[in-house]
Design a protein around this ligand. Sequence first.
Ligand SMILES: Cc1cc2nc3c(=O)[nH]c(=O)nc-3n(C[C@H](O)[C@H](O)[C@H](O)COP(=O)(O)OP(=O)(O)OC[C@H]3O[C@@H](n4cnc5c(N)ncnc54)[C@H](O)[C@@H]3O)c2cc1C
Length: 403
Amino acid sequence: MLTLVTETVLAPPARKLAYRAFMDEHVYPNEAAISREDDAAFELVDELRAKAKHAGLWAPHLPPQAGGTGEGFLDYAQLNEEIGRSLYAQLIFGCQAPDAGNGEILWLFGTEEQQERFLRPLVAGDVRSFFSMTEPDVSGSDPTSLRTRAVRDGDEWVIDGHKWFSSGADGAAFGIVMTVTDPDAPPHRRATQILVPADTPGVEIVRPISTMGHTGRGWTTHCEVRYTGVRVPLANTLGEPGAGFRIAQKRLGPGRIHHVMRWLGQMQRAFELMCEYALHRHAFGSPLADKQTVQNWIADSAAEIQACRLMTMDAARKIDDGDEARVEISLIKFHAARVLQDVIDRAIQVHGARGLTDETPLAAMALQARGARIYDGPDEVHRMVVARRILDSFAAGEPWRFS
Ligand SMILES: Cc1cc2nc3c(=O)[nH]c(=O)nc-3n(C[C@H](O)[C@H](O)[C@H](O)COP(=O)(O)OP(=O)(O)OC[C@H]3O[C@@H](n4cnc5c(N)ncnc54)[C@H](O)[C@@H]3O)c2cc1C
C-alpha cells in the first residue's frame, strides 16, 4: 500500500508520545539547572539518564542488537523532533552528537573486537567519544586537504596532527580520528578513520575553545586537540585503510538528518513561544497577535516549519529505503538551518527585551542555531552539492525528478 509522506509525518507514533511525556515531566523542569554546567548539573543529568533507560527510551538511534531501542531511521527522525526541543535532551536519552554518529559507524563498520571495546560502553552511556576531523589550518569544507598523517610502523599507526572543533573531547574516552594514510592515492581514498583512546600518550586536549562566549564543560565543549607521535594498533582501523571518506559519508549523511530533526523541535518550540506571547502581550491597545507584521511572522514560520518537516521526512524515508538521498539531505541541511534561525529570531523579536534574557530558552536557542549553518558542512557547500548533482542529471539528458 502506498504511504503518503504526509500520513507518515502527521501521525506521531506512540513512542513519540512517550518521549513527549518524559520531556514534560523530567527535562523541561530541569533545563535551567542543567544549563549551569556545575557538578550538581552533571549529577542531575546522570539521574535523568538512568530514568530514561528505565523508561525504555535509551539510545533510540541504534537497533536493539546494538544495545539501543531504535526502530528504523524514519522512526528515529520523528523521535528527534521531540528530543530536539530541549538542547540537553539528546544527552539524557543517550543519543547525543557526536556519540550517536560514532556509535552508528562502529555498528556498521567496526570489527567484533572494536564493538566490544568501544561501542558497548558507548551505547551503555558509560563513556563519551569525539569525532576529530576538522583542522584549524585547512578548509574543513574540503576535507581532501586534511594534513593529519598516520604512518604505519610494524603493527601500529603513528599519528601526528592538529585538529579543532572536536566536540565533546573534554572528558571523552576515545576519539575517531580522520587522518591521511596514503597521500598518493586519489583524493577520496587518502584518508582513514582510526580509533584513538584519549589516554594514549601523545593525545593532548589543548583547550576547549570559547565559542560565542561559551566554553562549556565535558559534552558541551569544542576542543582543540594535538596528536604527537600517537601510537595505536592497526587493529584500531575503522573499516579498510583509505575508506575514511566513504565512512564519513555514511556518518554525516544520516547525522545531518538527525541535526535537522532536532532543529525542527527547536523551531516548533520557538514558534509556540512566539504565538503564546503574541496573544498575551498588549501594545497600542491590542494584543501583538492583532498586528499584521506579527501575523505574517506566524504564518511564514508555520509554512516554513511544515515544509522543513515534509522535506526531512521525505529524506528519512528515502534513507530507510536504502537510498543515499544526497540531494535531499543537502537541501534540507541548508534550508532548515536558515529557517531555524529565522523562526527563533522572529520569536525573540516578538518577545522584545525579554527575548534576549535567559528567562525564556530563546537566547540560548539562538546562539546554538548560528552554528547550524556551518557544522556538518556550511550552507554554501550544500548548495553546491545540490546544484552540481541536479545539473549533472540534466547534462546526462535526465531532467531532475522531485518524486
Ligand atoms: C558547533 C560546531 C561543532 C563542530 N563539531 C565538529 C566535530 O565534532 N568534529 C569535527 O571534525 N568538526 C566539527 N566542526 C567543524 C565543522 O565541521 C567545520 O567548521 C565545517 O566543516 C567548515 O569548515 P571550516 O570551519 O574549516 O570552514 P572553511 O572550510 O574554511 O569555510 C569557511 C567558509 O567558506 C565558505 N565556503 C567554503 N566552501 C565554499 C564553496 N564551495 N562555495 C562557497 N563558499 C564556500 C563558507 O561560507 C564557509 O563557512 C564543528 C563546527 C561547529 C561550528
